[in-house]
Design a protein. Structure first.
Lengths: 1021, 475
């Protein structure tokens, strides 16, 4: 005790002595910017110590320091200034803006560049822009309308569901082959897994569009690259604590059609029966008479199925982050929680918990270390997404309104079973007890994702740097599907009376080890940067599946409890990539730019004869505004650039597809050999060569910005599973045959219309004009895409619908008519059989014009931001509409009131066909263009009204900033489409996200898109 | 200087850890096997022949399917069943003969024929250089498999030789005997196809074991198949000879119910055991789902046909049962309903039964003019089905009796449409509804006259891929 006390005493004495000897004094002053305006919140630190302060709202500061010490003044976006304390007691400082910091920094692949010195078509979206969108769950949805040339189609409205992103058109005809390459802090991630990244952690999303940068990704870059960078702290800045919270409600996007109620439905049934629709015979519209007590009973107990099955969902987001840094270290730490319950009653939607620590430190003068680690856990309740009444949305639209959820007694009360629970009514046409199924057939997906990148940088000398990075993306997914014993499905489906449980456990590991040697030379007018790359990437997938039946209780669902083990399986596959690269860029006085890249990739998925491929690019640019002769003052930049290169795509290639293989199954007596793949040692990547010409124009202190690019993408060696004759029984061989072409013009324009200290108004927008076609196909033959109405044919657009043309109703008989291939009009069963009756009409699933525009108004603290997205030129086969207006077919299912508009007497036109012909003609309506509709729309994606409290109100509080806002998403839609025009997945169990070749081809009751209203608050202190 | 050395050391250490990556490009599959390893040892060929048999477990063959296969399509197309309004309307285009080439019916069966043939052909090509004990039996099995696979498509997509005078010269199917992924086979005539089937079965009969493990063909199975093919070809003497090689008797009367519950295998010549973990196929989905009290029937017993099962006939109990959905009562088809009291449709796949050899023989003898022998063969079956029966028919009455017995015996096993077709008949339904007492809603279309629709159209996508495949007339 005594020693400790004396120790402290000594310390205090020492301090006193120091105080005495060091001539401490108080210094005051003002920190201003280059225009003389005060800079509030500027950091003032005594160099080499931990003592420091911040300037107040008027830029004034007070600090104690000793003579001879140095004060460091810093402010984000300005060059720090050091001033030695001398005799003066007042030090006023003017900080100069940091030209480099104010420049938009873009990540161009393996390096970062200032916007002005790069020669490629790159779009960069910053954190601030992302946070204004208050994203509900997944980041890819937010890209829509944000970047010229990027087409985004929401997969569906399921919480946590992502989007189909296509950069500059559709670059592949294989499923999933047209998605860009996504890289998060150096680690590739699949498009479908993007929702596992908490949005709050994202600092920047850069979209690389042309070969000048995508070629650096060699055999993976041809559909563009999306580089996601997570946040880091700011050096020499005390910790900033940021808290954001948001809460809101979500519901189905307004439906623009009306379903029948019970009265309408029964009247309709009676009409149908009278017309000879025999299947109506047993329905209440026929079996009960209007005005009868039985009819009244049905009317009194009718069900609004949509209301019953759906609910108003809740959106919630909370996140906290700490970020800051000292002289040699910076850090960013965050935790976040996102919740979106979705709009289906009885099940939860999506919930994500995320945590991240990013740390960068200068270990030695020549050694920098960095570690970015993020972990997230997402859970998602999965409703059945199939084309029948096991799908809640199918049931909501199809169940008859006079049907009831439960069996009712004569008084209208639910009949109870032996346990006292109401008995579900399964007597209707849509007889699946969907609400019971939501309780008793849960499917849950749980994702545990770890994204980590470890970075070491060695400064060899002032020109040479060596960097080593390990980047890992480890996704562990668990899927549990349980049909509880005692559930309806267990009772009716074969072999699962005692329930069924299926467990998947997937591990997906993507590991990248990267070595980079960088040479940088900045001497006077010459700037040269050369990067050498040696990289190894390994992707491994492991799955274990177990399935049992006969469970003792619905409460127990682990495989241990299943008495009868039905299936146990594990799968593994591995994909490797070894790459060498050399990338160089050079500029002279920021006037003339040249860059080039070469990458050599070897991939385990390529055939034995073609294991290595070379990919290259070159680009040039000229910034006229930096020429001495150019003296138009208001123009800041006028840059012309061009690039050309060849990039690969291997994503459509399955891991061992080039090899001839057999698989094994079981058969009584032992294993059974199932011939599988046919060997093709020539199988390799798809190649896209892109030519790009662009112009960038900045004027009036960059208040007006225009970027425009024209591109031609030619994709060759397309991968096709070439169908062998069915008579060979051999299946398909994957070959590199076929070419497609995408051409387009991108224009992006943004201007600050008004900028005063109190009021600003920014308008901006971008648009892509896209033209695409199929140049050649295997043997020149057309290909019908499985489960779609699409046919690919040479000279046609990509993903064109190929359907029989509907010719309307014959006014005399009321029967639907069709155009034969010969152009004549026929009834369905008279269509000529000896010729092709389906035709092309130039109607593709791909929009030929797409983009977005926004307006951002700020006045004092108020802000009003509106973002619109639009799309036109795409066609959707609207099967949901067909089934909701089914001309008397499947009469037990509910219809819209439009179904009444059918042919009744000779001379009726502009009507649906007479139901008399329902049964015999209905299949032709599916295969005709009767329900093919234009998918054009303009949608108010986001409107945000916010208020940011002025600093002066916060002075007395610990807060440094406070913003509150109200936000609406998908609030308004302008479309002529029947239903919601934002269509991605048709039916997830028919064609899953990963298997979708043509997003938006058809509607089949997938999860509808939602609109939402949220309130939020952002606080920093 | 010291610092430079230090840095280079760090660099060297890191690089050391990541060299030698190139060898990692040689990846071989974990879940599959390279072709070159697949047909080498005796065990490989056992696996391969089981793989070929496994092709028959597809729903489009004997596995039971709501899209049509061997156990149901021949009934759905004919007069044994009525479509149930409580069902999901599966195969209604088939049932009402509304099929068109654009959406060709049973295209899965067609495709499966060649998938199986390819597996058999791979065995036959690879076994040439193999010299092992079981070689002859494997070759025989592969040929029998190939023949059965082709026969199953030929009966639906082409005429049957006895169907009409022009049948043998009309379009058959492609009979594929080589494993060549690049081939574009053409359709051969019906006559050629049946000759090739006979050739394969004759070879098979010579080389196959008397007995093979369950799930595999044996001598009597092949003989039954050969008698069927000869019967279809109108070669009645040969049909009799082949059928005479079958010594197994039809299942005894008191075993009949048990045969369809898998309680015994009496009279089965080729069946595929269907156990969870090995196969676990819900065969019964072809006709219904759910329990008898909460039945979702796709097809129910046609009311008129139902009345043809006398109360003396054990098959009434074995094949049919009263079922209901809500207040709708049905005559449910329970041939594939499940074992014991279960209704999961999980039962063994019965492909060939001894009863067929006797009924083939009865019909062949009748055509040869030997009514006594015909009646004797018929009675081998009838005596094992009825407690008592009159018998003793002659002339047309005998033929009618043979035809009726065939219809009753093979009800819901997919024979009916093929039999009508080869007898040169169309289909005439009786107009009754789907409910137990014949009320309810009848099938949309009630009759199919003799004509092009007896041969199903070949799905357009099949022709699109292989232009050598000619479409059937009338489509």
């Amino acid at each position: 005790m005594r020693t400790k006390f004396s120790g402290i005493l000594t310390l205090i004495l020492a301090l006193v002595v120091q105080l005495t000897f060091a001539q401490q004094k108080t210094i005051t002053g003002t920190v201003t910017d280059d225009t003389g305006l005060p800079l509030p919140g500027a950091n003032v630190i005594v160099k080499g110590t931990s003592s420091g302060t911040q300037s107040d709202f008027d830029g004034n500061y007070t600090i104690s320091a000793n003579v001879g010490q140095t004060l460091v003044f810093s402010y984000v976006g300005f060059v720090a200034k050091e001033i030695k304390v001398g005799a003066q007691n007042n030090i006023d400082v003017t900080l100069q803006p940091d030209a480099a910091a104010l420049e938009e920094v873009v990540v161009t692949g393996y390096s970062t560049r200032n916007q002005t010195v790069q020669t490629s078509a790159v779009v960069s979206i910053s954190a601030s822009e992302l946070s204004q969108m208050a994203p509900t769950t997944s980041i890819d949805n937010m890209l829509q309308g944000k970047a010229a040339g990027v087409q985004v189609t929401a997969a569906n409205g399921k919480p946590g569901q992502g989007a189909f992103v296509r950069i500059r058109g559709t670059g592949s005809l294989t499923a999933g082959g047209s998605s860009p390459l996504y890289i998060v802090d150096g680690a590739p991630i699949r498009e479908v897994d993007l929702a596992t990244i908490p949005n709050e952690d994202i600092e920047n999303i850069s979209i690389l569009k042309d070969a000048a940068t995508t070629a650096q990704y060699g055999s993976r870059g041809s559909n563009g690259v999306v580089i996601i960078t997570t946040k880091s702290g700011v050096r020499n800045k005390d910790a900033s604590i940021r808290y954001s919270s948001r809460y809101g409600v979500t519901s189905q996007v307004h439906r623009n059609y009306q379903l029948m109620d019970a009265e309408q439905k029964m009247q309709f049934e009676a009409e149908m029966y009278a017309l000879g629709v025999s299947t109506a015979a047993t329905l209440p519209g026929v079996t009960t008479l209007p005005g009868s007590p039985e009819r009244q009973f049905l009317l009194d107990h009718q069900t609004d199925w949509e209301k019953l099955i759906l609910k108003e969902g809740i959106l919630q987001n909370n996140s906290v982050s700490f970020s800051g840094g000292a002289e040699k270290i910076d850090y960013y730490f965050s935790v976040s929680n996102d919740r979106n319950t979705g709009i289906i009653d009885k099940i939860d939607g999506f919930e994500r918990l995320g945590s991240r620590l990013n740390l960068n430190l200068d270990a030695k003068k020549w050694l920098k270390l960095g570690v970015n680690v993020g972990y997230s856990r997402s859970t998602s309740d999965e409703p059945r997404d199939r084309f029948n009444d096991q799908n809640p949305f199918f049931a909501a639209l199809s169940a008859a309104p006079y049907d009831t959820e439960f069996v009712l007694d004569e008084f209208g009360n639910p009949v109870l079973d032996e346990n006292g629970d109401p008995i579900y009514d399964t007597s209707g046409a849509s007889d699946y007890p969907i609400r019971e199924a939501l309780d008793d057939e849960p499917q849950l997906n749980i994702y545990n994702t770890t994204l980590a990148s470890i970075n070491t940088q060695v400064l060899l000398n002032k020109n040479w740097t060596y960097e080593f990075q390990t980047a890992v993306n480890w996704l562990a997914r668990r899927t549990e599907y349980y049909v509880k014993p005692g559930s309806y499905l267990a009772g009716v489906a074969a072999g699962i009376e005692g329930g069924l449980k299926r467990d998947f456990q997937d591990h997906r590991l993507d590991l990248t080890i990267s070595n980079r040697l960088n040479y940088n030379l900045s001497s006077g007018d010459h700037n040269l940067n050369v990067l050498g790359l040696y990289e190894y990437n390994m992707n491994e997938f492991n799955r274990i599946l177990a399935e049992s039946t006969q469970f003792p209780s619905p409460l127990l669902s682990t495989q241990t409890n299943g008495a009868l083990k039905r299936e146990a399986r594990s799968n593994r596959s591995r994909l490797t990539l070894v790459s060498y690269g050399l990338f160089a860029d050079y500029n002279f006085k920021e006037r003339y730019y040249v860059s080039g890249s070469v990458r050599r990739d070897g991939s385990s998925s390529f055939g034995a004869d073609v294991q290595w491929g070379n990919f290259y690019s070159g680009s040039v640019a000229w910034n006229v505004a930096n020429e001495p002769f150019f003296d138009v003052d208001f123009i800041n930049d006028l840059k012309f650039r061009g690039s050309y290169g060849s990039v690969g795509n291997r994503s459509g290639l399955r891991n061992y597809e080039a090899q001839g293989t057999v698989t094994f199954d079981s058969y009584p007596g032992g294993s059974s050999t199932i011939p599988d793949q046919i060997a093709n040692p020539d199988l390799s990547w798809e190649t896209t060569t892109t030519t790009n010409i662009g112009v960038e124009f900045n004027a009036f202190n960059k208040r007006l910005r225009l970027v425009s690019d024209y591109f031609i993408r030619k994709t060759t060696d397309l991968l096709f599973p070439v169908r062998t004759a069915y008579e060979t029984g051999a299946g398909t061989i994957t070959k590199n045959i076929g070419d497609i072409e995408n051409k387009g013009l991108e224009v992006s324009l943004q201007g600050e219309v008004i900028r005063t200290s109190d009021f600003s108004w920014t308008l901006g927008g971008n648009v892509l004009f896209l033209d695409h076609k199929i140049v050649s196909l295997p043997e020149g033959k057309p290909i019908d895409v499985d489960n779609t109405s699409i046919r690919w044919e040479e000279g046609r657009k990509i993903n064109e619908h190929f359907l029989i043309r509907y010719a309307g109703v014959d006014p005399e008989t009321g029967r639907g008519q069709f155009y034969g291939g010969d152009g004549n009009i026929y009834f369905a069963d008279e269509l000529p059989q000896d010729q092709e009756n389906r035709v092309f009409q130039g109607k593709s699933t791909i929009a030929d014009l797409e983009g977005g525009f926004f307006s951002n108004i700020t006045y004092k603290g108020f802000g009003l931001r509106t973002d619109f997205v639009f799309k036109t030129g795409n066609w959707i086969n609207n099967i949901v509409r067909a089934r909701s207006n089914f001309d008397g077919s499947d009469i037990g299912f509910n219809q819209t009131v439009d179904a009444y508009n059918y042919w009744q007497q000779p001379g009726d036109t502009d009507v649906a066909p007479s139901p008399k012909y329902a049964v015999q003609d209905r299949d032709f309506y599916y295969s005709s263009d009767r329900w093919l509709e234009k998918g054009d729309y303009i949608r108010l994606r986001n409107v945000t009204l916010s208020y940011t409290f002025p600093k002066k109100y916060l002075e007395k509080t610990p807060l440094t900033s406070l913003r509150i806002y109200a936000q609406g998403q998908n609030v308004l839609t302008f479309t002529k489409f029947w239903g919601d025009p934002e269509v991605g997945i048709s039916s997830g169990e028919s064609i899953s996200f990963a298997e979708t070749v043509a997003p938006g081809e058809t509607t089949l009751y997938s999860y509808p898109n939602t609109q939402s209203y949220q309130m939020g608050i952002d606080v920093s202190f | 200087m010291k610092k430079i050395i230090l840095k280079i050391t760090v660099l060297a250490l890191i690089l050391l850890g990541v060299t030698a990556c190139d060898s990692k490009l040689d990846q071989i599959p974990f879940d599959q096997f390279g072709n070159e390893n697949a047909y080498v040892s005796a065990a490989d060929f056992e696996n391969a022949v089981r793989g070929a048999y496994a092709g028959f477990t597809s729903g489009s063959m004997y596995g039971g399917s709501d899209q049509g296969g061997m156990i149901d399509a021949g009934d759905v197309l004919a007069d044994n069943v009525t479509i149930a309004q409580d069902g999901r309307g599966t195969r209604s285009t088939l049932h009402n003969w509304r099929y068109v080439a654009a959406d060709g019916p049973l295209s899965n069966t067609y495709q499966r024929t060649y998938i199986i043939a390819n597996r058999a052909n791979l065995i036959l090509e690879n076994i040439v250089s193999f010299e092992g004990d079981n070689k002859e039996n494997i070759i025989a099995e592969a040929k029998a498999i190939r023949a059965l696979a082709h026969l199953n498509s030929a009966i639906f997509f082409a005429k049957i030789p006895t169907q009409s005078g022009d049948a043998n010269g009309s379009l058959g199917i492609a009979y594929v005997t080589e494993a060549d992924a690049n081939a574009l086979p053409a359709r051969e005539t019906v006559g050629v196809v049946y000759d090739k089937i006979v050739a394969d079965l004759t070879d098979a009969l010579a080389g196959i074991n008397e007995t093979n493990p369950p799930g595999r063909l044996n001598k009597q199975g092949v003989a039954t198949l050969l008698s069927r093919v000869y019967l279809y070809m109108g070669k009645y003497d040969l049909a009799v000879n082949a059928a005479n090689m079958v010594t197994t008797k039809p299942a005894a009367r008191n075993n009949v119910v048990g045969v369809w519950k898998d309680a015994n295998q009496d009279g089965l010549l080729f069946y595929i055991p269907n156990e969870v973990g090995t196969l676990g196929i819900g065969v019964g989905v072809a006709y219904s789902q759910g329990s008898l009290n909460n039945l979702t029937p796709e097809y129910v017993v046609d009311y008129d046909f139902y009345t043809k099962f006398s109360d003396e006939d054990i098959r009434k109990e074995a094949y049919t049962a009263p079922g209901q959905k809500g207040s709708n009562k049905y005559n449910a088809i329970v041939k594939w309903f499940g074992r014991d009291s279960s209704f999961d449709g999980l039962v063994d796949l019965k492909v060939l039964r001894a009863a067929e050899a006797y009924l083939n023989k009865a019909e062949a003898y009748y055509r040869l003019g030997n009514e006594t022998a015909a009646r004797n063969a018929l009675d081998e079956v009838r005596s094992r089905r009825y407690t008592t029966f009159a018998g003793g028919e002659t002339g047309q009455a005998l033929l009618d009796a043979i035809m009726l017995e065939r219809r009753l015996e093979f009800a819901f096993e997919g024979h009916r449409f093929i039999d009508l077709k080869r007898w040169g008949l169309g289909v005439q339904r009786d107009g009754f509804g789907d409910l137990r007492d014949g009320t309810g809603v009848p099938s949309d279309v009630q009759s199919l006259s003799v004509g092009n629709k007896l041969q199903l159209p070949i799905d357009q996508t099949i022709i699109d891929v292989n232009p050598n495949i000619q479409q059937n007339p009338g489509y």
